[in-house]
Design a protein around this ligand. Structure first.
Ligand SMILES: O=C(O)c1ccc[n+]([C@@H]2O[C@H](COP(=O)([O-])O)[C@@H](O)[C@H]2O)c1
Ligand SMILES: Cc1cc2nc[nH]c2cc1C
Length: 369
């Protein structure tokens, strides 16, 4: 398997449709620019859907990839190593931010165990069914995955994307549940951007003190040394310093773009996977939105490289898809405005070619009668 093969399979959102959407926007009675970024959001969605007017986002879904990371044993996370199953449990029980928001917005949440380190009996079968391995390797000293596991994980993500697209999901909010995951994600971003560990090291999920930050920075520095020789091969990179959940998420992102299914990216893990996917298929980021600023410096770096501007910045640093889910109503609002605002009414004039008049002309026409 070579991720570069996706390059030929991923198309751009339809440029012609986008121009049609822009022209429709010009015919609305709302002044140009008065809807700010919601205009371009609606036009982007139109192009992704190949539809003017844009269709409502009616079947969105939260997809969370879950896995543990061996590197968490070093004390680089505010959570205990191997405790991802607790995050999963809280989400399933409706007791975490993403679960509360999903309930409020009536969006189903799908959790996919790619590499959680727990007894599979602890979690429901539909969640653990896809597990590639139990926890990913300690990336500062060993590979996260074997080559076979990396391929299996990517194929898992692709299969989930196909399942979603086939069942009519029209937009995915993509997040992670991954203790130690921000360390792996930061390593991928630093490796692909050629930057130093200190530039990408953040405070992660549960917030870490200065000593833990230094341990995290050192772990990323060591993992980066292991990443450099395999930079040319994205699958090998994921096996060396990624993890089962990150490889699955990368496969998910690539196949979602193949299937023309738009995705809102949540935090640094989704952003890092998106960057890996971009290296394989440069058109892929055209299918994604950045939901929000997650607070991790590596996220900002990755999004900047892909020219994606986060929709929101409210200091929500909890991860697990919650930040991106907050942006969903904004996307739905943009779609509703683009679809439902009326166009200026054409007024019959002597010259039928100029039947479409401006709002000002409408008023003049009324005055004249
Ligand atoms: O993605 C982010 O930027 C992000 C920021 C803060 C927290 N998180 C969440 O925290 C977990 C990973 O954090 P850590 O410190 O264990 O690497 C994982 O479950 C993420 O969803 C993620
Ligand atoms: C305008 C626009 C351009 C994009 N490119 C990739 N995702 C995008 C999302 C929007 C909204």
């Amino acid at each position: 398997m070579n991720l570069d093969d996706f390059s030929d399979l991923i198309e751009r959102p339809d440029g012609g449709v986008r121009r049609d959407a822009e022209e429709r926007r010009e015919r609305l009675t709302v002044p140009p620019g008065a809807l700010g970024r919601l205009d371009e959001l609606g036009e982007w969605l139109s192009a992704a859907q190949q539809s003017v007017p844009v269709k409502a986002v009616g079947q969105p879904r939260v997809v969370l990839f879950a896995g543990d990371h061996g590197v968490a044993e070093l004390g680089v996370s505010g959570r205990a190593a191997g405790s991802t199953h607790e995050l999963v449990r809280a989400a399933l029980d409706g007791a975490s931010p993403v679960a509360v928001l999903a309930r409020r917005f009536s969006v189903p949440v799908r959790i996919v165990d790619a590499g959680i380190d727990c007894d599979p009996e602890l979690l429901p079968e539909p969640v653990v069914r896809h597990r590639v391995r139990r926890g990913s390797g300690r990336i500062d000293v060993e590979d996260a995955l074997t080559a076979e596991e990396a391929e299996q994980a990517v194929r898992l993500g692709m299969a989930i994307a196909d399942e979603e697209a086939d069942s009519g999901t029209d937009l995915v909010v993509l997040g992670d549940l991954s203790v130690g995951g921000t360390t792996a994600a930061a390593t991928l971003v630093a490796a692909l951007c050629g930057t130093d560990a200190s530039v990408v090291t953040g405070r992660g999920g549960a917030g870490i003190d200065d000593l833990a930050w230094m341990r995290k920075c050192a772990a990323i520095r060591d993992a980066l040394r292991r990443a450099r020789p395999v930079l040319g091969d994205q699958l090998e990179l994921l096996a060396t310093v990624g993890g089962a959940d990150l490889a699955a998420m990368t496969g998910f992102l690539l196949q979602s773009a193949v299937r023309r299914m738009p995705v809102i990216l949540d935090g640094v893990v989704a952003a890092a996977c998106a960057l890996v996917a971009q290296r394989a298929a440069f058109r892929a980021p055209d299918w994604w939105l950045a939901g929000q600023v997650s607070g991790e410096p590596a996220q900002a770096k990755a999004l900047d490289r892909m020219a994606l501007t986060p929709l929101l910045d409210h200091g929500v640093t909890v991860g697990e898809g919650a930040g991106a889910l907050l942006a969903l109503p904004l996307v739905q609002a943009a779609a509703a405005l683009a679809a439902e605002l009326p166009e200026r009414t054409p007024v019959a004039t002597e010259d039928e070619d100029e039947a479409e008049t401006t709002a000002v002309d409408d008023v003049k026409a009324l005055d004249a009668t």
